[in-house]
Design a protein around this ligand. Structure first.
Ligand SMILES: O=P(O)(O)OC[C@H]1O[C@](O)(CO)[C@@H](O)[C@@H]1O
Length: 542
């Protein structure tokens, strides 16, 4: 029996005994004040969840009993909490601007971080000002970041999110090994004015290396072999492999094994973001994350946004048994946030064994999915409102857009966001539906036939994250908030959020099947299904 198990039982009992509808709970005019918290202008409203004072107090005890604070402090101290890879977890050090050294194996990692950040800033500035040009002397107008997973999703998400701050070259992202991705991306670009960044922690990921070689051939075909040095940069922990690829050491930016791929936006992996918005704005992004780190380290759990967001997630997953959560940013520039969070959350917490290798005691990471609002309303909100599955929703909304001249758009956006959480919470009863139809003058037979279709069960939980404006500082806070939320949930489940063994088997089999796809013998242990598919997909004579 783990220390938290009795508390989970108690939570289920409390829920069963004192359950009230969200509509009923929200009739209390003091509920918003009691069930919302803020870090400066960043507000977390969870008054439209089922939590009550008792359940919240019990959840806070769960966090204490699970030792969340101890594990958090161990992470910040550089302890090797990634037990299956024997690594420290120090992405937080990448945004820690304090002068205090942080020693790991006799090396001050903070000094190394400062040096790399300065090198990145110098390189980004030189490209942005045209001081460093392509091989023909023309300024760089376009950057293509080639990477996948954490070497793509973070920079791609942040670059789109910060579009109003772009004043550097245009950034493009190629991740999929599907030739369509690199082909469509490179087609409109001019090799003479394009910089390619090969971003890969390991520099061995097959998709990235395949795309990198295709980009290399594109450059050399147009500009000759000598142009590689002027048109490529690389970000990796494997400097020897960068050199083998032909990228010069001055354009090789390192990071460290203690930065997990999905936590690496803050490292040199963020180079494309820095090229787009400039080093000063990139530092604002880091400062936002640092502010959230400080809040996570110092705020009491009852006021601590990452802890509370995690406890709400745990409540929904393990007490209410909801198997997914939808992230719906009412912010078009956060369109890639759901995809980014899918990796952050599901690659971190999609685990079935504890840190000690034992089966977990309860369901762990939920399925994370979503799309920006208002588009989502016209796609999957039907199911959220009237389907048989309850999906807690996480809304994100800014008080201000970046286009003051188009305020009418933003007003509609805000109204739509608030309307959706209200509708999910409030619902519409059969009597209310019937009354509406009667008010339209429909005959009683039609009222009876149509009213059931117009009932909304309601009582569907959501949280809202509301902030003043999506600037670099706020984006930094939001991402760090989600990172720490994942951390706290993992700590409570006693799983390791920092490895990803679940991606290995598919990679191994892809390597084994490639020769068969290319016409060689099918591996003896391939299933009948896979043999049939290989035969069906085999090239046909033209
Ligand atoms: O940066 P790399 O080494 O190319 O790895 C890319 C991605 O592949 C994974 O290892 C597995 O999908 C991710 O964790 C990582 O972000």
């Amino acid at each position: 029996m783990t220390a938290t198990q009795p508390l989970w039982h108690l939570l289920s009992t409390v829920r069963a005994a004192s359950r009230r509808s969200l509509r009923d709970l929200n009739a209390d005019p003091h509920r918003f004040a009691a069930f919302s918290r803020a870090q400066d202008d960043l507000l977390l409203d969870f008054s439209k969840t089922e939590l009550c004072a008792d359940s919240l107090a019990l959840l806070l005890r769960v966090a204490e009993a699970a030792g969340v604070g101890t594990l958090r402090d161990a992470m910040f101290a550089g302890d090797r909490i990634n037990v299956t890879e024997n690594r420290a977890v120090l992405h937080v050090a990448l945004r820690d601007r304090s002068a205090t050294p942080l020693m790991l194996d006799g090396v001050d990692v903070k000094a190394e971080i400062r040096t790399t950040l300065a090198q990145l800033s110098d390189f980004a500035t030189a490209i942005r000002t045209g001081h460093l040009t392509g091989a023909t002397g023309r300024a760089i107008t376009d950057v293509v970041n080639i990477g996948i997973g954490g070497s793509d999703l973070g920079p791609a998400m942040a670059t789109l999110a910060l579009a109003p701050y772009h004043d550097g070259p245009r950034c493009h992202f190629v991740s999929n090994v599907d030739s369509a991705h690199i082909s469509d991306t490179l087609k409109p670009l001019d090799p003479a004015t394009t910089l390619v960044i090969v971003a890969s922690k390991t520099f061995t990921t097959v998709e990235t290396m395949c795309n990198a070689h295709t980009a290399r051939a594109w450059i050399t075909r147009a500009l000759g072999e000598d142009a590689v040095s002027a048109h490529f940069a690389a970000v990796s922990t494997a400097r020897d492999k960068i050199r083998e690829f032909g990228i010069t050491p001055e354009r090789a930016f390192g990071f460290w094994d203690w930065v997990g791929g999905r936590y690496s936006l803050w490292s040199a992996i963020g180079l494309s973001v820095m090229l787009a918005i400039g080093p000063a704005r990139f530092r604002e992004l880091l400062a936002g994350a640092e502010a959230m780190d400080l809040h996570f380290r110092t705020a009491p759990f009852s006021e601590n946004l990452p802890v509370l967001l995690a406890l709400i997630g745990l409540w929904h997953r393990d007490v209410c048994d909801y198997s997914s959560r939808a992230v719906v940013p009412y912010d078009q520039r956060l369109a890639r946030l759901p995809a980014y969070l899918q990796q952050l959350d599901m690659e971190s917490n999609g685990k079935g064994v504890t840190r000690d290798g034992l089966p977990v005691a309860q369901p762990t990471g939920p399925i994370v999915w979503g799309e920006p609002g208002t588009n989502a309303q016209h796609a999957f909100f039907q199911l959220l409102h009237q389907g048989t599955e309850i999906v807690p929703v996480e809304f994100l909304i800014a008080a201000e857009g970046h286009e003051p001249e188009l305020k009418a758009h933003h007003d509609l956006l805000v109204a739509s966001c608030l309307a959706q959480s209200e509708a999910l919470m409030r619902g519409r009863t059969l009597e209310e539906a019937a009354a509406q139809l009667r008010a339209k003058g429909l005959p009683e037979a039609e009222v009876a036939a149509l009213a059931p279709h117009r009932v909304f069960p309601g009582d569907r939980p959501s949280v809202t994250l509301a902030y003043r404006r999506l600037d670099p500082y706020t984006l930094g806070r939001l991402i760090a908030l989600y990172e720490h939320r994942v951390f706290v949930e993992a700590a409570v489940w006693n799983i390791n959020a920092f490895d990803q063994w679940g991606v290995e088997l598919g990679k191994e089999l892809a390597t084994a099947f490639l020769p068969a796809v290319q016409g060689e013998a099918v591996p003896a242990d391939a299933s009948g299904s896979t043999r049939g598919l290989l035969a069906h997909l085999a090239p046909r004579p033209a």
